[in-house]
Design a protein around this ligand. Structure first.
Ligand code: PLP
Length: 401
């Protein structure tokens, strides 16, 4: 008898488990709209040209494989903070930003969670309802208490702004408020610039600490600066804040696990101390981060020519998603004579569309139509081709009715 007898079978992951089920399906019409990963029009994974160019440069230089420092590659940490806050941001010049390279978005969030657990005992993290499914896991495993604030309003398939504000106001003073910097996952619904100002007002009033998750910079609007405007608005107010960054989507570096945690502090001295403690948290967890993805980012962002090429490629990716979004909407409009308003699909931004399909309807999408998606009704438009829009519209129309 095994010593591990008491260990029961874990349930499949609600997002990555969808890809496993997809791989097992032999139907040729099958479509994987579960995971948020960009595909070409032929539904193939895409390695950006700038990434290939950066890798070629790296190979030519014959760089070594020595350990990185605990905080990661210095040239990466520099450019990642600049990309987020803007190159000439006074916060950077005043050395008020503690930046530590993390294991992509997830690992960076996890480091911040460990910092909260150690130095803000009992403080709560407020998470949007709904949110990316892994947020709750991250804070649970770090033993950080959390609760939810209202975000999505099913009746309008839009933002429940009043509910959001009321819940942030009602939270205990000094809570961490987790915000999606842009392209909210799973809803694709972001606050307007005016709404961001009001959110910042309330956070400031309540002495909360804003905590941004930026996993889609450049992917929402096609512009890196526009997509960072929420974070920059908070930073310009002089607020201290946390920002986790990921290069999985915008540079297509999913498997390289490259991202960062940035802590904007009110003094250079505080930033130095915070950084030293984040390093202390990272050391026993994974010692130091991997170098390959960090070098790619440093090369692409640090070289004006590659940087411009990256922006062009990002616009192409964001543009392809926008065009299938439009096509899906057109197909649904043409099919559905009931007068149902499908325009929410066009209002949502980023990789996803939150269809409003419930669990039973999502099951129908998968079981009858071989369309794989998460059970919250989210579909990744990055996994949809123009050729399959019509088929997907049939599946959604059938599942709704
Ligand atoms: N945060 C959000 C909102 C996400 O959607 C994702 C990926 O789907 C991540 C963070 C982290 O992804 P990664 O760990 O690959 O950077």
């Amino acid at each position: 008898v095994s010593r591990f007898e008491s260990i029961t079978m874990a349930p499949p992951d609600p997002i990555l488990g969808v890809s496993e089920a997809f791989r097992a399906d032999t139907n040729e019409m099958k479509l994987n709209l579960g995971v948020g990963a960009y595909r070409t029009e032929d539904l193939q994974p895409y390695v950006l040209n700038v990434v290939k160019k950066a890798e070629k440069l790296m190979l030519e230089r014959g760089e070594n494989k020595e350990y990185l420092p605990i905080e990661g590659l210095a040239s990466f940490n520099k450019v990642t903070a600049e990309l987020l806050l803007g190159a000439n941001n006074p916060l950077i010049l005043e050395q008020r930003v503690a930046t530590v390279q993390g294991l992509s978005g997830t690992g960076s969030l996890r480091l911040a969670a460990a910092l909260i657990e150690r130095y803000f005992p009992g403080a709560k993290v407020l998470i949007s309802s709904p949110s990316w499914g892994n947020h709750k896991n991250i804070f649970n495993d770090a033993r950080v208490p959390w609760s939810e604030y209202r975000y999505y309003d099913p009746s309008t398939v839009g933002l429940d702004f009043d509910g959001m504000i009321a819940d942030i106001k009602a939270a205990p003073e000094g809570s961490f408020v987790l915000l999606h910097g842009c392209a909210h996952n799973p809803t694709g619904i972001d606050p307007t610039p005016e709404q961001w100002e009001i959110i910042a007002d309330v956070i400031q009033e309540k002495n909360h600490i804003p905590f941004f998750d930026v996993a889609y910079q450049g992917f929402a609007s096609g512009s890196l600066d526009v997509d960072a405007s929420s974070v920059r608005l908070f930073a310009a107010r002089g607020l201290e804040l946390l920002v986790a960054q990921s290069y999985s989507k915008n540079l297509g570096l999913y498997a390289e696990r490259i991202g960062a945690i940035n802590i904007v502090c009110s003094s250079a001295d505080a930033a130095t101390r915070v950084k030293s403690q984040i390093k202390r948290l990272a050391r026993p967890m994974y010692s130091n981060p991997p170098v390959h993805g960090a070098r790619i980012v440093a090369n692409v962002v640090g070289d004006p020519e590659l940087f411009n090429e990256w922006k062009e490629e990002m616009e192409v990716m964001a543009g392809r998603i926008k065009s299938v979004r439009q096509k899906l909407y057109d197909s649904l409009r043409a099919k559905d004579k009931s007068g149902k308003d499908w325009s929410f699909i066009l209002r949502q931004i980023g990789m996803f569309s939150f269809t409003g399909l419930n669990k039973a309807q999502s099951d129908n999408m998968t079981n009858k139509w071989h369309v794989y998606m998460t059970k919250d009704g989210r579909i990744s438009l990055a996994g949809l081709s123009s050729a399959k829009c019509e088929y997907l519209a049939d599946a959604i129309f059938d599942s709704y009715h």
